[in-house]
Write a protein that binds this ligand. Structure first.
Ligand SMILES: Cc1ncc(COP(=O)(O)O)c(C=O)c1O
Length: 381
């Protein structure tokens, strides 16, 4: 069901997040991995900027087995909001946060034994053991034990009271690239060889969205999809969301604040970098780099209004952006403007915006500023 789009009082610029589209993308993941593989959506960084709690509720209703966050504090609003599925803590925890890890009932990823010892030390002997996930570095070159250390690591962990080894995981470095096939194969081989002696005792996880969709052998016991749930193909620019049967999730909307008619030769905005070449109608938009509409969009971005496209002109400032709407005479103060998403036949995707910003769709999402209201269109299972 779609509810009418509206904006919150005081802020005419907002994000609209379609929870039904997220549920659809989750079902694509479910159909791809089959019924027995565990699906633990990655909802770190406030679900890539889109609002972790409503998304976690949607994904719980859609059948997620658990969630992944990066940091301890990201789990607090989830637990406070009633999410009681397992939460895996992907980036571990610094000394001093053990009590929070325990109180929030988190399942930490461990990549040094001291972290496991600190937890074990604090876990009451009467409480059930804390499930931990051991990370090994099979080729990402970032975090994790050397696969050769695994027998000692497991032996050490088994001596620690209050800790239970739940799974062994690793992270793919190049599963999104055509040339990455060999690396992915090597990573999978290293993981499988390292865990062979313990295969009956632990569960294995390797796949992110790219592994899940593109490298079936990496699906193993449970998977950690992120970006695909938010409507972008992990393979972009090789593949688009349409080819991966995903649905766009986010629209970014605003309203024209005011319109000015200016003569040819008028310099506009900071640095006078843009000068009108003809008499122009310029629409002022209440959005800027403080909202994640970055300065690098200058001279590249376009917006949609009244079903048509208009270029952004001049430098983008903290709270304001200018657009040349000379060709769209219907535009007036209050007209609705789409920065991302569809307006009639026109569409701006996060992929297009990422290209303008010389970055990847992940970063477009993560740059949405905290002052942008997030309106979630409900998911009704
Ligand atoms: C350890 C780990 N697993 C899974 C993911 C999800 O990746 P993606 O958004 O590409 O699906 C991430 C995100 O960066 C991650 O750090």
């Amino acid at each position: 069901m779609r509810i009418p789009t509206h904006h919150s009082p005081g802020r005419p610029t907002w994000l609209e997040i379609d929870l039904s589209a997220i549920a659809h993308n989750f079902h694509v993941a479910r159909q791809t991995v089959g019924p027995t593989c565990g699906l633990y959506p990655v909802i770190k960084a406030n679900a890539y900027g889109l609002g972790a709690l409503p998304i976690a509720k949607t994904l719980t209703a859609a059948g997620a087995q658990g969630f992944c966050v990066a940091m301890v504090e990201e789990a607090i609003p989830l637990r406070a909001g009633g999410i009681d599925l397992p939460i895996v803590l992907l980036s571990g925890f610094i000394p001093g946060l053990e009590r929070q890890v325990i109180a929030l009932d988190l399942e930490p990823v461990v990549f040094d034994l001291d972290a496991a010892r600190r937890l074990s030390h604090l876990r009451a002997s009467t409480a059930p053991p804390i499930p931990v996930h051991v990370k090994i570095d099979t080729g990402m070159g970032r975090v994790g034990f050397d696969p050769n250390q695994l027998p000692e690591v497991i032996a050490e962990l088994q001596k620690l009271p209050g800790i239970r080894l739940h799974s062994i995981l690793s992270h793919l470095a190049r599963a999104d690239e055509t040339e990455g096939v060999q690396t992915t194969r090597e990573q999978l081989n290293r993981l499988e060889q390292a865990v062979a002696p313990f295969r009956q005792e632990v569960r294995l996880s390797l796949a992110n969205s790219a592994g899940l969709l593109g490298s079936p052998a990496t699906r193993l016991d449970w998977v950690r999809p992120g970006i695909m749930l938010y409507g972008a193909s992990p393979f972009y620019p090789l593949r688009t969301w349409q080819e991966d049967h995903l649905r766009p999730v986010v629209r970014w909307l605003t309203h024209v604040l005011s319109i000015r008619q200016v003569p040819a030769g008028t310099p506009l905005g900071y640095g006078h970098e843009f000068v009108t070449r003809r008499e122009s109608r310029i629409a002022l938009l209440p959005v800027g780099y403080a909202d994640g509409y970055g300065r690098m969009l200058k001279g590249r971005a376009r917006i949609l209004t009244h079903g048509r496209s208009a270029p952004v002109v001049g430098r983008i400032s903290m709270d304001l952006t200018l657009t040349d709407v000379t060709g769209i005479p219907e535009v007036k103060a209050g007209s609705r403007v789409t920065l991302l998403g569809a307006d009639g036949e026109e569409f701006i995707g996060i992929e297009e915006m990422a290209d303008w910003m010389d970055t990847i769709p992940y970063e477009v999402l993560c740059r949405f500023g905290p002052r942008l209201p997030r309106h979630h269109l409900p998911y009704i299972p």
